[in-house]
Design a binder for this molecule. Structure first.
Ligand code: FES
Length: 150
């Protein structure tokens, strides 16, 4: 299996790993197939993600994609972060082997989950803004999870 230089770099030196004690948006998602878990913590001020950190019990590709994803959303607005797809993250990393595509989905879902949490904390219904988290009971039952791989 070949990993790009960028994937190897983000795996060996992940950016933004750790705790964010003053986070006001925290999301955690898991992948049912591999059992890996991803936690995303953000500090949001005036709709801008001023800081972000992640922690994962995930594989190397999950580490690399979340590392890149945090770099891509840091300093961006919530609206911009919501547009970030796992595909864009993979492109920024010069690609991932097909069997590892689902790992990049974890990072995207964790970002959405954190933003859902952000709105919930303020008593705002997140669904019209963030949409489906991709990690709810309905998703697992209706169209499975991890089938975003194409
Ligand atoms: Fe589970 Fe990569 S194998 S996130």
């Amino acid at each position: 299996m070949d990993y790009s230089k960028k994937v190897m770099d983000h795996f060996a030196h992940p950016r933004n790993v750790g705790e964010l004690p003053d986070a006001n948006a925290v999301g955690q998602v898991g992948n049912q197939k591999c059992g890996d878990i991803m936690k995303m913590m953000m500090k949001i001020e005036n709709d801008v993600i001023v800081d972000v950190k992640f922690q994962t019990f995930g594989c190397g590709a999950a580490v690399a994609t979340s590392s890149m994803a945090t770099e891509l959303v840091k300093g961006k607005t919530i609206q911009e972060a919501l547009k970030l797809t796992n595909k864009a993250v993979m492109e920024a990393l010069d690609g991932l082997p097909p069997v590892k595509v689902h790992c990049s989905v974890l990072a995207e879902e964790a970002i959405r989950a954190a933003l859902i949490d952000y709105y919930k904390r303020q008593g705002i219904d997140p669904e019209p803004i963030v949409g489906c988290s991709g990690d709810c009971v309905a998703c697992h039952h209706d169209h499975g999870h991890g089938e975003e791989e194409e």
